[in-house]
Design a protein around this ligand. Structure first.
Ligand code: PLP
Length: 477
């Protein structure tokens, strides 16, 4: 009975494995699709208002029988690749652009084909070793001691959550202490910080919005005052979140002074360098980050400044025992997996067990290109933002502070006294309609700004010239 049924099932089940010829045919088509995408990318508009018809996707549903790859690639082209923002484009100067550097895709391909397990050292020692090697390299970049470690995550938000949980547990913030346990950040801290605080069960902890200076950097004197006032009120300050490269303006908080204050006050010092961290590769920029080496935890997003495809963040922790204290639980079914302590497993240092082997997509591009090219690209991004800032001012626009990193703010203030926000929304629309660049906006202290955020590895001077050209034309009208 069972044998009969198995005899029926096996031939069907075996078709889940393509024959070598079938596999080669699929590969050739997908590669041709990817080549077509990349060859046309530079000329394509960065932004499309198309909605994505969705009808075709819905009509297809999830079928019982196989569907031809050709039809599916057509659907991807029309309904997924067309609509919205083209984030791989060098014209993506909105938000904080990522990358999509090509060897990252090849690393993912190998990781997926082999389905290499990277959660526990026992099962995937090479994979765990590779990820730990990358993390130790990032730790060195941050100036951490050689004993520091961390974990690769899906992005900066989850990396921040892991850091906040580490801070909570390291400072022994129990449930009954939450209402008295104070957290400090500026209004320019990324919203994933507040989100992490809430997810970590710290939603009732007082979150102080520390004042900033004219460069949107944390005001250390104001922080010192606030901590004193909180202590005097019988509260328990425990966590300071600084940002090394804010998303809105690229501002670097004064890390050295903040590290000092955190040490004096016994605060966990977290530095969010999700965006800015990659600039540590530039020798000239390192003094601007001084103090990061005294942090307890640092977040860096390789899918931003290391130009990787989306899906790679990193949290680094000075003393990884804090990660183990928060996450080091194992099911009995893992009893065979006894690990060497000098090569900790991601599963013991993060919430994940079975996970994407992210290391390969990060390692392959770094090896194939080498760091010198990364340094050139990162310096280029800094200079492009500076160039834009100078030229925008020459055009008579109001500009934000001189960029600490690669984000510049500007806005048009109409001379006739009409509403500047409306004028800048029209200006943004003209830029989006042009199609060569995508910009985004923000509001700081009630002022509406347009941002130019340069970070995509494909962004070069021609894109900055394109923004300036549209601005000059619009302002002349
Ligand atoms: C992008 C960003 C984050 C969030 O990271 P995700 O990878 O988008 O989850 C956090 N902090 C800063 C400063 C960022 O720029």
């Amino acid at each position: 009975m069972i044998e009969d049924r198995l005899a029926e099932l096996e031939p069907v089940s075996r078709t889940l494995e393509e024959s070598p010829d079938e596999r080669r045919a699929l590969n050739a088509r997908v590669l041709a699709w990817a080549d077509g995408f990349l060859d046309a990318l530079a000329e394509r508009p960065v932004w499309s208002r198309e909605d994505g018809a969705r009808d075709e996707l819905l009509a297809l549903g999830i079928p019982e029988a196989p569907v031809e790859l050709e039809r599916l690639l057509g659907l991807v082209t029309r309904e997924i690749d067309g609509p919205g923002l083209q984030p791989a484009s060098g014209g993506h100067l909105g938000y904080i652009a990522g990358g999509g550097i090509y060897p990252g895709a090849l690393g993912d391909y190998i990781a997926a084909v082999t389905n290499r397990y990277s959660g526990v050292h026992y099962a995937g020692p090479g994979a765990v070793h590779l990820e730990n090697l990358l993390l130790r390299w990032l730790c060195r970049l941050a100036g951490f001691p050689s004993t520091a470690l961390g974990t690769l995550t899906s992005g900066g938000s989850i990396a921040t959550l892991v850091a906040v949980v580490a801070a909570r547990d390291a400072k022994d913030v129990r449930a009954r202490e939450v209402e008295r346990s104070v957290i400090y950040a500026t209004g320019q801290a990324h919203h994933c910080v507040a989100k992490s605080i809430r997810i970590a069960g710290l939603g009732e902890a007082p979150l102080r919005t520390v004042a900033m200076d004219a460069h949107y950097r944390m005001d250390v004197a104001a922080l010192r005052e606030q901590v004193r006032a909180d202590r005097a009120a019988g509260l328990r300050p425990f966590l300071l979140v600084a940002t090394a490269g804010t998303t809105d303006t690229g501002a670097l908080d004064p890390l050295d002074e903040l590290a000092e204050l955190a040490a004096e006050e016994g605060l966990w010092f977290h530095v969010d360098a999700a965006y800015g961290g990659a600039f540590l590769l530039l020798e000239d920029m390192r003094p601007r980050f001084r103090g990061i080496e005294r942090a307890d935890s640092v977040v860096i997003d390789p899918h931003k400044g290391l130009f990787l495809p989306y899906g790679t963040g990193a949290v680094l922790v000075r003393d990884p025992e804090h990660l183990r204290a928060s996450h080091g639980l194992r099911g009995v079914y893992l009893q065979d997996a006894t690990d060497a302590l000098d090569e900790p497993s991601p599963a013991d240092l993060s919430p994940e067990l079975t996970r994407h082997f992210r290391g390969l997509r990060m390692w392959l591009p770094l090896q194939l290109h080498g760091l010198a090219r990364y340094r050139a690209a990162l310096e280029e991004k800094l200079l492009l933002a500076r160039l834009f800032h100078a030229r925008a001012r020459e055009l008579g626009l109001e500009v934000g502070p001189a960029p600490d990193l690669s984000v510049a703010l500007f806005r048009h203030v109409p001379r006739d006294g009409s509403d500047p926000t409306e004028a800048n929304k029209r200006l943004l629309q003209a830029i989006l309609d042009d199609g060569r660049v995508f910009l985004s906006t923000t509001t700081i202290d009630g002022v509406f700004w347009i941002r130019v955020a340069v970070l995509c590895f494909r962004t070069h001077k021609d894109r900055i010239d394109a923004v300036l050209e549209v601005l000059a034309r619009e302002l002349a009208d």
